[in-house]
Design a protein around this ligand. Structure first.
Ligand code: MIG
Length: 813
């Protein structure tokens, strides 16, 4: 066996992880450049600059997005992308083109792009001439001696003080400066701060210097590398090991704009079912049925809110996907229905490997339909995962995705509400992943696993999402994926994989979620408490407190280091954990509204400080503090026994959530962090909608929505989005409502106005207005011209009053 391995290795001239490429890169292999301009032409919004050895195509996608393609010998690949959102239709751009002596200039309403005639190098600047992104050597390539094709490289000038962000789920510092990163999705059990590559492959990064932020999205699925000044401190480079150099330049100027525009380009998620934003409980694995039922009872009897229970691989019959182990789960439909009656949704795991078993229907169908991946000589790929030897669907083939979707019929009929895709890097036990020679259809643009690997996981998630949709009819699907390519957010949420129960991992989880959000994937979370190992009560509590503010909120653990249900810790921890999960439920109207805004505008839900801070240098290196939506800023506690911690409050004024104290931002502050608090700040002027505590989403119909209104300094806008929380009615105006609030100070009067869009009539009739930040009881409280001061109470500095949800204007003096 080992000999055979050696031979294959020799034949392929690499170790199985493909590491020879590293050597190859350092080989001083000959580099080729585009050469002098020979001719140019214009086709629609694209300019083609033909050089001696390569053609550069620049397309003006919009005023702020330029697309670059480099075709060696003048040839381009098929311009096919799994990442670009098919519904992305920017306004037709207006631009000017100039043919100068030594350069061409493309000028849009936001930027200028210069193309040098002597070597086809490019340079982008703002309209006022501030350089943003300039080629160093620019585009060049090496011949790929082992596989044919080319290694395509772009090198750019790295500016003094430049900072880099993005790149999906990468570990390490939030600012990527000084590091080199690789994209080749890997099952990295117990990864750490230095592990690279990890699970996801999102070839998008943002850079910022001179107060201008921009983004680069290299739309290429081959193994890719990014170097942010590691090899040479004055150079930022990115390269891929095949296909074509194709990348998008996205102009800010703020980083938050770049992140938003990238999300528009690669797609936004549809709204998830509201319950998916509740608390999830998972373990590898809860079985048999009696254990799952008991789990549900424990949550309810201990009054710890929970919406979702996850079933890991042991629910299956011998790990065969789409089956149930009938000994452990004799009647899954009944169990799921009973759970549903208690307000629990059931999510099940599905892996890509299909067991080679003649008596197994999924295997039979896969064989018959020609759905499994083949090696180059035609034999089917065989590799081991949990069920033993398996074949693997080629998710890059449309008919295979369609077939995969049909397989969810049974699970959906059983009542399953969501599906969790694991091992889709793809991971295998023998060599970690598929051999490079495996063939992929790539939707008619066929290639080997070198080209298919990095997108395999996303396409599995896509097929899984479509399968649920197909059978759930009027319900929204919910999919979770471990691996991903750019654009995965259109189909799935993600989690950060097999992390560990350490304080360092709590920090890392936070960085990964922020980074993912900046890379188009807001709906992300970590295994709370760590997958591997056992957190102590304090670590678990601190992790829960942070994860309340991460969009995907799930405790999961490997199960072989003891239990990790909230009540497994000492009572003092359990009480705090309960209180924080309750807070998540109280904040659901806010979180759901933030999600809606993300799905509409692409603006990330979770935002690192630098995305908002932009030109404030203090924000550039902050990596623990983050925003959830526009109005809440959080800073987790990431060390044991911390009685207080320092954090940076961004500019503007903020209310301490716990004390209502108004604090001036733009400075580092010290905040008390007793075990039952983490720093939470609310932006002045914000209106935060809150619902009553519940044990699960929609546990009961409530009759008042609380609006926590924080006194503004000038004018602050807030909005609340509501719909039925599931289904597709929200796509029509009867099915949703957006309540836009403006809170403002005018001549010493505090005025709050409300405007509605959409006709959805939420079941409550009243708001409970809670006015924070008042020094004393006001003398007047006028709601649509009626004075309600008599009906209000003033308690602990908060004025509370009930009023009809249809109010238009409140005046407080
Ligand atoms: O080889 O399904 O990351 O969440 O519990 C391990 C068992 C496979 C890895 C996932 C983890 C899951 C586990 N899986």
């Amino acid at each position: 066996m080992d000999n055979l391995k050696e031979e294959i290795k020799k034949e392929e001239n690499e170790d199985f992880s493909g590491n020879y490429i590293e050597k190859f890169q350092d080989n001083n292999a000959e580099e080729f450049f585009s050469g002098n301009l020979l001719s140019w032409e214009k086709q629609q919004d694209s300019f083609l600059f033909h050089g001696e050895r390569a053609t550069l195509q620049i397309t003006v996608v919009s005023a702020d997005i330029l697309k670059f393609r480099h075709g060696n010998d003048g040839n381009f690949d098929d311009d096919f992308s799994y990442a670009i959102d098919p519904s992305f239709k920017p306004e037709k751009p207006r631009y000017k083109f100039e043919d100068l002596k030594n350069t061409f200039v493309i000028k849009t309403e936001l930027l200028k792009c210069y193309i040098t005639k002597s070597n086809l190098s490019t340079r982008i600047s703002t309209l006022d001439g501030t350089p943003v992104l300039e080629d160093e050597k620019g585009y060049h390539w090496q011949d790929h001696k082992y596989y044919g094709g080319t290694i395509n490289i772009c090198t750019k000038v790295l500016h003094e003080g430049e900072k880099f962000y993005g790149l999906g789920d990468k570990t390490g510092r939030l600012n990527l400066i000084g590091t080199k990163r690789e994209l080749w999705g890997t099952d990295c059990y117990g990864y750490g701060n230095d592990t690279d590559p990890v699970y996801k492959n999102i070839p998008f990064y943002m850079g910022q210097h001179s107060h201008i932020g921009y983004g680069i999205f290299m739309d290429n699925t081959f193994r890719s590398f990014f170097d942010f000044g590691k090899e040479r401190s004055s150079v930022c480079s990115f390269w891929n090991q095949g296909g074509e150099m194709r990348y998008y330049y996205i102009h800010g100027p703020k980083l938050i704009d770049v992140a938003r525009k990238y999300a528009l380009l690669t797609g936004r998620p549809q709204l998830p079912p509201k319950w998916a934003l509740g608390y999830h409980q998972s373990k590898w694995s809860y079985y048999p049925e009696s254990v799952v039922r008991k789990l549900g009872e424990e949550f309810r009897s201990r009054k710890i809110p929970c919406d979702v229970i996850h079933l890991d691989i042991d629910y299956m019959d011998g790990f065969r996907c789409f089956t149930w182990d009938k000994d452990k789960f004799p009647n899954p439909a009944r169990m799921i229905e009973d759970l549903k009656e208690q307000g629990f949704r059931t999510v099940v795991i599905i892996d890509p490997g299909i067991k080679i078993d003649k008596d197994y229907e999924v295997y039979q169908q896969g064989m018959k339909g020609d759905h499994f991946c083949q090696r180059m000589d035609g034999a089917l790929l065989k590799a081991s995962v949990w069920p033993g030897l398996c074949h693997f669907p080629d998710f890059t083939k449309k008919t295979t995705r369609e077939w995969w979707a049909t397989l969810f019929k049974g699970l959906v009929a059983d009542g399953v509400d969501g599906v969790w895709n694991d091992m889709n890097e793809p991971a295998t036990f023998e060599e970690g992943t598929f051999p490079n020679d495996v063939r992929h259809d790539f939707d008619g643009h066929s290639g080997s696993h070198r080209k298919g690997h990095n997108v395999y996981g996303s396409l599995m998630a896509q097929a899984t999402c479509e399968g649920q949709k197909k059978f759930m009819k009027d319900k929204r699907p919910f999919t979770i994926s471990r691996s991903a390519y750019a654009g995965v957010q259109r189909y799935a949420s993600v989690w950060t994989g097999d992390n560990m129960a350490t304080w360092e991992h709590l920090k890392l989880a936070n960085i990964q979620c922020q980074r993912l959000a900046a890379s188009g994937v807001s709906f992300a979370g970590s295994d709370v408490g760590g997958f591997i190992g056992s957190p102590d009560g304090e670590l678990y509590t601190r992790w829960i407190q942070m994860a309340v503010f991460h969009p995907f909120f799930r405790t999961h653990s490997s199960g072989d280091h003891g239990d990790k249900e909230p009540w497994k810790f000492d009572k003092k921890y359990v009480d705090i954990v309960r209180q924080f999960i309750e807070m998540r439920y109280e904040l659901l109207p806010y979180i759901y509204s933030v999600f809606h805004n993300h799905s509409l505008t692409g603006t990330p839900m979770v935002r690192s400080l630098h995305l908002e801070g932009h030109i404030d240098p203090e924000t550039f290196y902050r990596e623990e503090e983050f925003f959830l939506g526009d109005h809440i800023m959080i800073c987790p506690v990431s060390e044991p026994e911390l009685k207080s911690r320092r954090m940076y409050l961004t500019s503007g004024q903020w209310y301490n959530y716990w004390t209502d104290e108004l604090v001036q931002g733009g400075v580092e502050i010290t905040v008390d962090t007793p075990l039952n608090q983490i720093p939470i700040f609310i932006k002045q002027g914000a209106i935060i909608p809150k619902q009553p505590k519940m044990q699960f989403v929609d546990e009961f119909v409530f009759d008042q929505l609380a609006l926590d209104c924080y006194k503004p300094i000038a004018t602050t806008k807030s909005s609340v989005y509501e719909d039925s929380g599931d289904g597709y009615d929200y796509l029509r105006s009867e099915g949703y409502v957006i309540k836009s609030f403006k809170s403002t100070i005018q001549n010493d009067e505090w005025v709050i106005t409300q405007q509605l869009e959409g006709l959805y009539d939420s079941s409550y009739q009243l708001y409970q207005l809670r006015l924070h930040g008042l020094e004393s009881k006001p003398t007047k409280l006028e709601v649509d011209n009626i004075d309600l001061l008599d009906q209000s109470v003033f308690e602990n500095g908060v004025l509370i009053v009930e009023l009809p949800k249809s109010f238009k204007k409140v005046i407080i003096i």
